[in-house]
Design a protein around this ligand. Structure first.
Ligand code: G6P
Length: 615
């Protein structure tokens, strides 16, 4: 969702801010804006559209010099995407300039009050209300910017990451966060502000991640002052060394981030089990699980909460945990769970899955589960993210930065972590034999190479994509462990090609979707040798006899489905509960190629955001 970038120091701010916005494009947005100040002139530009459009506008119209600057990519919540609603926003006097990621929920009464006091508004945004509220406090109370921001924020309800400066004090930026991420890059007499560290990686490896409810007054040539917004107490800045490098957030020769990330999966899966799975010794070591093993052993059930692709990984995990560890699992959309008064027992273990670690609904579900006494375990990709800090314990997927909005390597690495957890629990509960445990570790270790083999079908998949690229609908079917993969395959196609697609358990086809089948309907069927193979073959026959077009995802060497299907895409053989790690690969590539052929914006699909920080 919205991305924020800021700079204050001795460099020209414009290139830093512009480049930073480009790095944050992956978050999803519909408009962008930048304001640069040189101590006497404020130059700004705002536009609906892409950062590249903003750059053209900014560079053709305005001199961009100045050493303080802020920039924003906006994902519309209050007010349609247009130039006026884009950020930055300005106070009525024109002195205060703000960017904001989040929602001020009580903006309406605040706005009415400000209107009574003579303020006028150009945009429909909650952000313009906030900047005028800060100005109003400044005037009424005669306080400095930092204090005014603090007083104003204490009157708001909602979520925010903000950066604001006052033209009268061009050596200072005030930032604050609640519910939306904010990182401060610390350089030599210069500071960088951003929604994540990617915009400032080439300038500094030192970063401070503000905690929820904190604000900071940042001044060049001075120390950063961080305090709690609520009670004014000072907080010692905790400066972290960033582990990310620039290469990881660049395309590295691939046409799109999504393709790069699909191809990174063998390494990402390997990185995820490295150091945790010691095959020769026949053990798994996961500190987050081992240190809390009693919680897991005593759990009467596991509740998994997540959204989007992470929810699909949760569904795969449900099958794996129940199969191996024989513990009941429920998988919940975080957004439903948090609003439906669920029964949560203190003996429940809640596993929250989130690539970004920032998803607002997942975060709220975690807080609710904690309040009701459950032990909450996080499976996140982004190190230091809000969810990873809010949970009692957790395990990171070591997928590296995922920039493409459509999640790929995050999904397979989430399944990898959850599989390790299920195996560890199964072993500790005595539900699997030592020899099976060892056999499974050996097989899991071979998965990255098998993913590499699955990727070799890329050209064939591209040919299949060319045949079906103009379809209006597509059905995805799978059973057992591969039913969630069918859901995920359909989601990928929807997300980046805007083609309507549905995932279904293959056996449920007879109860409805079969009515849709005719010669116009491609049906992707996951039909690997293990797992109800004969039953899936019968489903394929049912489709065939109704003239549906069949794309079978099959085990290497398969002959039965090959005879029936219009196309088959092979994946290597593996044990049943690990098949999702392989069957997912061709579905990712199929969606990717269709979207590219249709000329869609693969990495930044319309209306979608990488990190959904609003409810
Ligand atoms: C957004 C993204 C999806 C992602 C979902 C959950 O919708 O576009 O790719 O699966 O949020 O995100 P999370 O970061 O919590 O896994």
């Amino acid at each position: 969702m919205c991305g924020i970038v800021g700079y204050i120091g001795h460099r020209e701010a414009y290139p830093v801010v512009l480049n930073g916005l480009k790095r944050l494009e992956y978050r999803g947005y519909d408009s962008a804006g930048i304001a640069i100040y040189d101590g006497s002139n404020l130059k700004f530009s705002k536009t609906k559209g892409k950062v590249a459009d903003l750059q053209l506008k900014m560079e053709s119209e305005i001199n961009t010099s100045g050493t303080i600057g802020i920039g924003h990519t906006r994902w519309a919540t209050h007010g349609v995407p247009n130039d006026v609603n884009s950020h930055p926003h300005f106070s009525n006097s024109g002195e205060l300039v703000i960017i904001h990621n989040g929602i001020i929920e009580n903006y309406d009464p605040l706005k009415k009050e400000l209107i009574k006091r003579g303020y006028t508004f150009k945009s429909d945004t909650d952000t313009e209300v906030l900047v005028n509220l800060i100005e109003d406090v400044q005037k009424k109370e005669g306080v400095k910017l930092g204090k005014a921001v603090q007083i104003a924020l204490n009157q708001t309800i909602g979520a925010y990451a903000i950066a604001v400066f006052d033209k009268k004090k061009p050596d200072e930026i005030v930032v604050a966060r609640l519910g939306s991420p904010l990182a401060i890059g610390v350089g030599e007499n210069e500071f960088f502000i951003a929604s994540d560290a990617s915009p400032f990686l080439e300038f500094t490896k030192e970063a401070i991640y503000l905690e929820d409810g904190e604000m900071a007054v940042i001044r060049t040539h001075k120390e950063i002052k961080i305090r709690k917004i609520h009670d004014d107490s000072l907080v010692d800045p905790y400066v972290q060394e960033l582990q990310m490098n620039l290469e990881q957030i660049e395309k590295g020769g691939y046409e799109h981030f999504m393709l790069k990330e699909i191809y990174e999966q063998p390494d990402a899966i390997r990185d995820t089990f490295r150091g945790r799975m010691l095959v020769n010794e026949g053990i798994i070591r996961m500190a987050g699980v081992d240190d809390n093993i009693d919680k897991f052993l005593n759990a009467k059930r596991i509740i998994i909460v997540a959204c989007g692709t992470s929810w699909h990984a949760g569904l795969v995990a449900e099958y794996i945990f129940e199969e191996l560890a024989r513990v009941p699992v429920e998988v919940e959309y975080a957004s439903e769970f948090r609003y439906r008064n669920p029964v949560i027992d203190k003996d429940d273990v809640v596993i929250a899955i989130s690539q970004s670690g920032e998803t607002a609904d997942t975060m709220a579900a975690i807080k609710m589960a904690k309040e009701q006494g459950a032990f909450v375990f996080g499976v996140c990709n982004v190190v230091g993210s809000s969810i990873s800090r809010e949970t009692h314990a957790g395990a990171y997927t070591h997928a590296g930065p995922e920039i493409g909005v459509a999640s790929t390597k995050a999904f397979t690495t989430q399944i990898t972590v959850l599989t390790l957890m299920a195996l560890q629990l199964a072993k500790r509960k005595g539900k699997i034999s030592t020899s099976d445990f060892h056999k499974y570790l050996v097989e899991l270790e071979s998965i990255p190479n098998k993913v590499t083999l699955a990727l070799k079908s890329n050209e064939h998949i591209e040919e299949v994509a060319a045949i079906y690229k103009n379809t209006k609908n597509c059905l995805y079917l799978g059973r057992g462990f591969n039913f969630p993969v069918a859901l995920e395959g359909a989601l990928k196609l929807k997300e980046i090609s805007y083609i309507h697609a549905e995932g279904y358990p293959a056996a449920e086809m007879k109860h409805g979707p079969i009515a849709l089948i005719d010669e116009e309907m491609p049906v992707v069927v996951i039909a690997t040798k293990k797992g109800h193979y004969e039953k899936v073959v019968s489903n394929i026959q049912e489709i065939k006899s109704r003239s549906g077009k069949i794309i079978g995802i099959v085990t290497e060497g398969d002959v039965d489905v090959r005879d029936l299907a219009d196309h088959v895409i092979e994946v290597p053989e593996t044990i049943e509960f690990l098949t999702p790690l392989l069957t997912t690969i061709p579905l990712q590539l199929l969606s990717y190629h269709i979207a590219v052929m249709l000329g869609k914006n693969v990495d930044q699909p319309r209306n979608l955001a990488k990190s959904v920080t609003v409810e």
